[in-house]
Ligand binder design. Structure first.
Ligand code: C2E
Ligand code: CA
Ligand code: CA
Length: 511
């Protein structure tokens, strides 16, 4: 019995046994009478009172011992409960109660050791979840995830459904033939709105489906196939279901190859910052450079950031890439005059990284560049995802002396809310307004309004994408502070930027 494994119980039993033996021996040899006689003979020395006191102490000790054993049992129960809870937490997601990613990894490892399994996998990604989180708030987002988990549990056994993180779920189906019908049932179930505090929240889901051994040799590959199918489903439109097919395998292999190439390029330092001049419109001089990443391929082709930054973000390589680009950019900026600012773009997902401020400051201090010479450019997308974390990171950066520019202003949503809640040192007016405002009266009014907003808030504005002298004249007339665009110069290698700064005409822009 488990209770006898306990030291205290075991000791009590041994002592009880010794007691029984002593009592039996005592009865056998009339010890009680002998002791009684002895006490009576020594009554003058108060031995009887001492013996009485010992009896009382003995009885109390028994009660004390019993109470301690009871306490120990309670303590043991509590500890076992805590252990069970910790074990549960390790493999479950605390919000939804579903198995978590760690648990999925364990399952995949176990399945990887077995060969010849037949099963299907569904990857479910919610449609419109981010919008609910951003617009209605995190509590609404949590309520949606809990409702989704409940609906999944209605149709799938609890140990076959996993939350991958965010709004992604994985379902294992033992019978491959049953998978398509189950997927359709889940799509229907998840399409019902979720009611949160009397508000009806509209969610839906897209599902990718793959099976083993038809599509993949093992569970891990099957998961990747289902993921590829899910991406295609998502691009098809809300509420789609797609089964993996061989046309997706090509995509998958291409993506794998791209990721390998990108990793190698970062490691080899083949992705470098190029520099586009930023001009002070009051005196037409260069006041800074924006670092724009360029991948110099071995065949001499320059790849633009639009082609590799999204992949770097999806694969998490953006962290390494940013560290290497910023370190190079800071070293380059150290060769410029001390009043020339370095502007550097940060990806939206990096504003979820609580250590971002520390990482940036470490790079600055290694290069010896003062924080006041660095400006971080962020887009509004970065703010919508988790505004609290983003605001905390931005505030850390500003406290350290780094300035913050709001990039691509006017292209995201709720821009004005961000301007009123957060402090920025610069507003960058998106190129789409600047490049077309000469043709469209409305666009010109918008640019005028943004410049006016900047003046009102005492925040300088930079117009991006200035290509013609007409645009420049118009923007200068409106009171725009800085300008950037092909008219002044494209993004160029470090050596060229340095040459531009040291031209005989001083820092004047080579317009
Ligand atoms: P962005 O921050 O809005 O950068 C401005 C983009 O406009 C650059 O494109 C620049 O080359 C282009 N541009 C500048 N002047 C003109 C002009 O007069 N006319 C036209 N048509 N285009 C102009 P690029 O270099 O292709 O960069 C695209 C985007 O990639 C950037 O947009 C930025 O969001 C992102 N990016 C670039 N470098 C980095 C980086 O190091 N890290 C991160 N996270 N993102 C980066
Ligand atoms: Ca930028
Ligand atoms: Ca921009």
């Amino acid at each position: 019995m488990a209770i006898f494994n306990h030291r205290a119980v075991w000791q009590a039993c041994v002592l009880a046994l010794i007691g029984i033996v002593l009592i039996s021996v005592g009865i056998e040899f009339d010890a009680a009478e002998a002791i009684g006689d002895w006490i009576r003979r020594h009554e003058a020395h108060e031995v009887d009172e001492v013996m009485f006191a010992l009896d009382i102490v003995g009885i109390l000790s028994i009660i004390y011992g019993a109470l301690r054993i009871f306490d120990l049992k309670q303590e043991r129960k509590r500890r076992e409960q805590a252990e069970r809870r910790a074990d549960w937490m390790a493999v479950h997601d605390s919000l939804t109660g579903l198995h978590n990613r760690h648990s999925l990894e364990e399952k995949l490892n176990q399945m990887g050791k077995r060969h010849g399994g037949r099963f299907a996998m569904l990857i479910i990604d919610l449609d419109g979840f981010k919008r609910i989180n951003d617009l209605v708030g995190h509590q609404a987002g949590d309520a949606v995830l809990q409702a989704v988990a409940d609906r999944l549990r209605e149709h799938v056994a609890a140990d076959s459904v996993f939350r991958l993180g965010g709004d992604e779920f994985v379902v294992f189906v033992d019978r491959i033939a049953a998978a398509p019908q189950l997927a359709r049932t889940l799509l229907q179930a998840l399409n019902r709105p979720v009611i949160f505090r009397d508000t009806s929240l509209d969610v839906g889901a897209s599902i990718g489906m793959a099976s083993c051994p038809d599509n993949a040799a093992d569970a891990r590959e099957c998961l990747r196939c289902a993921d590829a199918a899910m991406y295609v489903a998502k691009s098809t439109g809300r509420g789609s279901l797609r089964a993996f097919d061989n046309s997706m395998r090509e995509q998958m292999l291409l993506r794998d190859r791209d990721e390998r190439d990108l990793r190698a390029a970062i490691r080899a330092g083949r992705i470098k910052p190029y520099y586009q001049p930023i001009i002070d419109l009051s005196d037409n001089r260069i006041c800074g450079f924006e670092a724009l990443a360029r991948w110099e391929r071995e065949d001499g082709v320059l790849v633009s950031p639009g082609d590799f930054i999204p992949l770097a973000e999806e694969t998490g390589l953006i962290l390494d890439l940013t560290e290497s680009l910023l370190a190079t950019a800071c070293r380059d900026a150290m060769t410029w005059p001390s009043d020339i600012l370095l502007s550097f773009n940060i990806s939206p997902i990096q504003l979820q990284d609580q250590l971002l401020g520390m990482r940036i400051l470490r790079i600055l201090s290694t290069a010896g560049l003062p924080p006041s010479r660095l400006e971080i450019e962020i887009t509004e997308t970065a703010l919508i995802q988790d505004v609290r974390t983003a605001a905390a990171i931005l505030s850390d950066l500003r406290t350290a002396g780094i300035s913050i520019a709001l990039d691509d202003f006017g292209t995201g949503y709720s821009s004005l809310a961000h301007l009123s809640n957060l402090s920025f040192d610069k507003i960058k007016i998106d190129r789409s307004f600047v490049s077309s405002f000469q043709d469209q009266e409305r666009q010109e009014k918008i640019v005028k309004a943004i410049v006016g907003l900047g003046i009102g808030l005492d925040v300088p504005t930079t117009a991006e994408g200035i290509e013609t002298a007409n645009q420049l004249a118009s923007l200068t007339g409106m009171g725009c502070t800085y300008g950037q665009g092909y008219l002044f110069g494209r993004a160029m290698p470090a050596a060229e930027a340095a040459r531009m700064l040291s031209t005989p005409r001083g820092q004047e822009a080579s317009a």
